[in-house]
Design a protein around this ligand. Structure first.
Ligand code: ATP
Ligand code: MG
Length: 435
């Protein structure tokens, strides 16, 4: 048996755990950097907190607050602020304890599941099955439950990411039903709070829904770098031991997140990842280098998620580009060839049909917009235009994604016929390449 100890070093899980336990401890409370963590204080959201508190305070006296909407870009603290106010409000409620039901509409999105979710949350068990009952039966059961269980109190129904249902065909129907709950209740009263990061989501709504959902809204402004720095400083005090973070680290995380429309989630992710990288590499401090590495890793993770979430046809277009650049000696990839290789691949993947040049071109544009490839337009005389395409994502990352795909895995080493025959396609014409 041939072994080469120098080249092949086996991973030792025992050594790994020993090193980990003996290594420096940076995190005092890792949870404090989790997206679900609600801090004691939310810097720079006083205005929004005041508005929400004012709108909801009458629930403490058993009166019904008007429905309202919260808008703001992603990571501006909408969900955190609503949760924060709901906790505070609960501290001041004595006789009429309000109920808060959270519905994340990106997860619970069908009318049936929304009603079932509200019902099951109130009874604290999965009494309504995930499918099966007629919707009007659940609706009646829910009305009965609200009157019995919530009784004379207010039930806040928070529809987080409400745009996810507003975009759907039957979105109007469920929103309309929810806005009409109060008309059918004898004791309990509901208040709807919609949260959205898409400002134009109302375009798809029925005017009746818009008018009862509330013309009233609270806008969450984006954070600037200084504000993000304050948020991070507060959170770092809870999450890390003292003197772990080197000077300049928090301003760097804040500046990088501020570039992305002031997203506090991104800022916190960066700090957390930087801490994890420092810990992984047995460093006692978090430095600017760790933040830069964290930024690279997050970008890579984001790209991987994006590609995995693309439709199969778009993935096949990307795979065609990968195969051409891998097997063509000069790596030159032009749009006509992508069309050709895409056709070759789709003929081998059951259930997938070939696409028109136009659709392929659309996918190429989308991949460009997502920063996965670049495509430069080039005029080729009377043959019209073509695009010179280059991969931006590392090939290793792509190979990892394709390996995980049942449909694409077997093509990783497929050499396109076009390349085997040393041909190039420009628009409708095929040319043999000159060497
Ligand atoms: N002012 C703040 N102070 C402390 N932490 C904050 C603040 N604003 C946001 N965060 C934190 O940033 C992260 C993102 O916030 P949140 O989830 O509330 O954003 P969002 O506006 O609901 O975003 P999306 O539209 O993507 O759902 C959370 O971890 C939250 O705790
Ligand atoms: Mg949110």
């Amino acid at each position: 048996m041939l072994t080469n100890d120098k080249e092949y070093e086996k991973f030792s899980i025992d050594r790994f755990y020993k090193n980990y336990l003996n290594g420096p401890r940076l995190f005092k409370s890792r949870d404090a950097l989790e997206p679900s963590y609600i801090p004691e204080d939310l810097p720079h959201r006083d205005n929004e907190i005041e508005q929400i508190a004012s709108k909801t305070a009458c629930a403490l006296r058993g009166e019904t607050p008007s429905n309202f909407l919260c808008y703001g870009m992603t990571g501006t603290g909408k969900t955190a602020t609503i949760r924060f106010v709901s906790q505070k409000l609960a501290n001041y409620a004595s006789d009429c304890k309000p109920w808060w039901i959270y519905i994340n509409c990106s997860i619970v999105s069908t009318p049936y599941r929304i009603l079932a979710h509200i019902y099951n949350t109130i009874v604290k068990k999965d009494e309504i099955p995930p499918t099966g009952l007629p919707k009007d039966v659940i609706f009646k059961k829910l009305l009965g439950l609200l009157d019995n269980k919530v009784d004379n109190s207010i039930c806040f129904l928070v529809l987080d990411e409400i745009d996810m249902i507003a975009d759907k065909k039957n979105g109007n129907e469920i929103l309309y039903d929810l806005t009409r709950l109060n008309e059918n209740l004898d004791f309990c009263r509901t208040c709807l709070i919609g949260i959205s990061n898409k400002l134009n989501f109302k375009e798809n709504l029925d005017p009746r829904v818009i008018s009862s959902l509330g013309e009233d809204h609270i806008t969450f402004l984006t954070y600037d770098a200084k504000e993000l720095g304050d948020i991070l400083n507060e959170r770092a005090k809870i999450a890390f031991y003292d003197d772990i973070i080197k000077e300049g680290v928090i301003p760097l995380c804040a500046a990088l997140a501020a570039k992305e429309h002031g997203d506090a989630r991104k800022a916190l992710q960066l700090l957390r990842k930087a801490g994890e990288i420092a810990e992984r590499t047995q460093n006692k401090h978090i430095t600017g280098d760790h933040v830069k590495k964290a930024q690279d890793e997050l970008e890579r993770d984001h790209t991987i998620d994006y590609i995995k979430g693309m439709p199969l046809q778009a993935q096949v277009v990307l795979m065609s580009i990968y195969l051409i650049s891998r097997f063509r000696q000069n790596k030159l990839t032009i749009s006509g060839d992508v069309y050709e290789v895409h056709g070759e691949l789709t003929s081998k993947i059951p259930g997938l049909r070939s696409l028109t040049r136009r659709r392929i071109s659309d996918y190429i544009n989308e991949l460009c917009l997502a920063g996965i490839i670049t495509a430069q337009k080039k005029s080729v005389g009377f043959h019209g235009n073509t695009k010179i395409i280059k991969l931006v994502v590392e090939t290793k990352v792509l190979e990892g994604i394709f390996k995980e795909s049942d449909k694409l895995r077997s093509f990783l080493n497929y050499k396109p016929i076009m390349i085997q025959n040393n041909k190039v396609r420009i628009n409708k014409d095929v040319f043999r390449k000159l060497n």
